[in-house]
Design a protein around this ligand. Structure first.
Ligand SMILES: C[S@@+](CC[C@H](N)C(=O)[O-])C[C@H]1O[C@@H](n2cnc3c(N)ncnc32)[C@H](O)[C@@H]1O
Length: 385
């Protein structure tokens, strides 16, 4: 690769002046209208893709979430119109599972309005097709931003699974002179390399000091400024109800611990982690873990009340995953090995060494007086944020 024959992203960076911030790089790699990962790779999510997510693994995930959504609908007094906004719906599996489960609860089903917020044209098509196959497409509406989907403000749920981690992050380095930006430049041979840049606007040099976090010199890490903005806007969109976000992440104390000297920004390609975020832009997913303390703080600035924080394993067990699996196993005895497969897949969602501990669930509410949601009945670690 040379500058005369640059890769698409090198050409783009040169067009933008030869160096861009890490956040802009991530945005280009993921969402460039022609070459970005989410514009090109329609089948990235799944066993034959780059990674697999909970709704794609098993419909039990969506079924149990629906029970949590119904509980919130009841706490709100069973309103006749209940809007569920799903941010970053990926393959559309969750929408199908929620809408199918809702059929078993006719009053809830009649109230439910499902809105999908998606920016990738390719995934939008995939979602439509999947919903069409199940004759559910007429139950859904698509939007490209949360604010559009929220319209005049909603009563209901704002939900996202592995959505916040997909938003571009500020890539930062603690230098002897203070906090700096990590940028991406094109070298004279056309290859990409990182470059330390002065802190750009939108990021305060005392960000970590104010949080009483002491980062060692040399540490590279990230701050999800866009994700924070998104949480604030969720608070503006939601008039009454619940914001429920599931993702891999930590509390700020754990996220910015000195042991994570290189931060969490990595690629995912064919079920392998790629440590160099600059490798094969547009061909691999790029994500950073979520700082849930920052999400809770930003949600609070958007007038949301923190109501729950726990790992996915405890959350799904609180919603009855183990009891539900007992039923599946009994059915499986009559129906061959199916029950065993479902059980093993579902257990991956809750086992600590699989997705059970790595993934966390954050719940914030508006207009509900200290609700005790079933997902947090076994354990709630909100006071650790
Ligand atoms: C990692 S995938 C998760 C998909 C799905 N939630 C799941 O669990 O399988 C991230 C999703 O967020 C979408 N996305 C990324 N940035 C977005 C944005 N700014 N607004 C809406 N959707 C976005 C992607 O196109 C994709 O559908």
């Amino acid at each position: 690769m040379t500058v005369e024959d640059p890769s698409w992203i090198a050409a783009e960076i040169i067009r933008l002046g030869g160096v861009v911030s890490g956040e802009r790089f991530m945005e280009l790699a993921l969402s460039h209208p022609e070459y970005g990962y989410y514009q090109r790779v329609g089948d990235a999510i799944g066993r034959d893709g780059d990674y697999v997510t909970s709704p794609v693994m098993t419909s039990l995930f969506g079924e149990l979430l629906t029970l949590q959504f119904i509980e919130v609908w009841e706490l709100l007094g069973c309103p006749e119109k209940f809007v569920l906004i799903e941010a970053g719906p990926g393959t559309g599996h969750l929408a199908v599972d929620v809408l199918k489960t809702a059929r078993r609860f006719p009053r809830f089903d009649a109230a439910l309005h499902y809105r999908l917020v998606e920016t990738s044209p390719k995934l939008h098509i995939m979602q439509r097709q999947r919903l069409e196959n199940d004759h559910l497409v007429h139950r859904c509406a698509w939007f490209s931003t949360l604010v559009e989907a929220g319209g005049e403000g909603i009563e209901g749920i704002i939900f996202g699974n592995e959505f916040l981690d997909a938003l571009p992050v500020r890539w930062l380095e603690m230098t002897a002179g203070g906090l700096a930006e990590v940028g991406v430049q094109v070298l004279s041979d056309g290859t990409l390399a990182t470059k330390t840049l002065p802190l750009a606007c939108g990021m305060d040099s005392d960000y970590f000091k104010r949080l009483r976090l002491d980062l060692p010199v040399g540490m590279r890490t990230e701050v999800g400024v866009r994700a924070q903005e998104w949480m604030r806007s969720a608070g503006q969109v939601l008039r009454r109800g619940l914001v429920l976000m599931i993702d891999y992440g930590y509390t700020a104390r754990d996220y910015y611990h000195a042991e994570r000297l290189q931060g969490t920004l990595v690629g995912h390609h064919r079920h392998r982690r790629v440590d160099d975020p600059l490798a094969c832009p547009g061909e691999m997913d790029l994500t950073a873990h979520v700082d849930f303390s920052a999400m809770a703080r930003a949600g609070g600035e958007g007038a949301l009340d923190l109501c729950g924080y726990v790992s996915q394993g405890w959350f799904l067990m609180g919603l009855g995953l183990l009891e539900r699996l007992q039923g599946v196993v009994v059915q499986g005895k009559g129906g061959g090995g199916l029950g065993k497969d479902i059980r093993q897949t579902a257990l991956r969602l809750i086992l600590p060494e699989e997705m059970g501990e790595k993934f966390k669930v954050l719940a914030m509410t508006v207009g509900l007086e200290k609700p005790e949601l079933s997902g947090f009945r076994l354990k709630n670690q909100w006071n650790e944020l």
